[in-house]
Design a protein around this ligand. Sequence first.
Ligand SMILES: Nc1ncnc2c1ncn2[C@@H]1O[C@H](COP(=O)(O)OP(=O)(O)OP(=O)(O)O)[C@@H](O)[C@H]1O
Length: 477
Amino acid sequence: MLRKLPGTEIQHVVSTRPDTSIVYTPTVFKTPAILVVLAWTWRLVAGTAKTVVRHPIASALVWLGVAVGLLWGWRAVAGGVAGAGIIASIWAGVSPRTFMRYAGWRVVSWWRWMWVYRRHWGGVMAVAGLVRSVRGTGYVPDLVKVVSSAAADTVTVRMLRGQSLEEFADRVANLAHGFGADLAVVRSLRAGWVTLVFPRRDLLAVTIPARPLPVLPEVDSVEIGVCEGGEPYRLRLHGTHVLIAGATGSGKGSWLWSIVRGLLPAQAAGRAEIWGLDPKRMEFAYGKGLFTRYAATPAGCADLLETAVAAMQERADRYAGVQRFHVATRRDPFVVIVIDEVAFLTAYQPDKGLRLRITAALATLTTQGRAVGFSVVAALQDPRKDVLAIRNLFPVRVALRLDEPDQVDMVLGDGARDRGALADQIPHDSADPEIGAGTGYVRRENSPDPARVRAALVTDADIEQMSLRYSAARDSW
Ligand SMILES: Nc1ncnc2c1ncn2[C@@H]1O[C@H](COP(=O)(O)OP(=O)(O)OP(=O)(O)O)[C@@H](O)[C@H]1O
């Protein structure tokens, strides 16, 4: 083996153990001291400038402390720190919200940047396989910014040139464990940049009570629940169609009822109509007085869908050449057709004639309804294509808890699971059905990154209250 080594390198071989790669003694070049001093000075200046640019407030405080110390001595610095501490405590006591917003979270962000991320950055990147070596020099993705909130740390990273988002997405588990989080979500920011979100406290772990009924009639979007960061989550309805997929007990009902709840004031004002299709007779029957129209039998559902198609086409004829977009009015209300377990109507329906009628009506509504104010919201358990061939006609899709990892991309589109939509890992406990129920990932129309959200639970008591207030004793069925 040694004979095969080229030329003089044989002299430098220091290890030839069979279980390790060959190690050579390094060739030492004597660098002039002045070059070493210049290189270190340059690194110091560049590092300081970078720190000042990235952390202007913290840097200014440090410089201020140094200046005060030089001018008036360390007692003055200690007095200043104590004074600032007292002011901060009073501020935090009087208005904790503004204190955290303008000062507290900045300090937490800085601390976590330094203690959690900066300290372990190189090591975690190397172990996760995100460091690249080019001609013997190692390159590490650049940790640019950390923003902490009650819910999560959001870490902004500049990738190495030539690196892709997918490389980070493939290593979410390594990154999460490396930085002491339970999970990590990778989001694209812009070309060459990536955002890593490390949830710290799961704001979605608790059941969210039904959202307040809107004060004004709303049709564009309705408040469904809460986003991962704690902000309200609104689902757009007008001008789109929504597919909600989730295993049994995943909480599809809370999504459907939150949609109904959010539209009730608009329906009462005559600007919206909610049509309910309830083939299992389990979901909407309890509050069927809340729907403008309601059907439960397969034949009734087929008739209702065809009625919707006819109304949609009549509206499209009227609009042709006159108006291109729908505006919800009393004459032309926004019609939302809410369907529980659509597979009962499309795949499991034994009557082929009915199945074909229903599939054709659904395809027509989902391809032509958006512009004229007809939206379909459908829920189903099994997202396979043979169960709902037209699933791609739903621009907004929601993946609640799913049984298998493959189903995530079936619902949210290719690569969604790699981007952090771990719908197959949403917790479930048959002893406590509320655990994880209503939690899901949403792929929005304008972003490839899935968002984790949780719908509010609309209880039977909420439905009773809504019925008392809004049931207009409809006689349409
Ligand atoms: N958003 C939520 N928050 C907390 N608990 C919820 C939520 N949604 C549903 N649950 C709980 O989970 C249980 C199952 O919910 P739900 O019936 O809506 O599931 P599903 O997906 O419609 O199931 P199936 O397909 O079998 O009808 C409910 O009884 C309720 O206790």
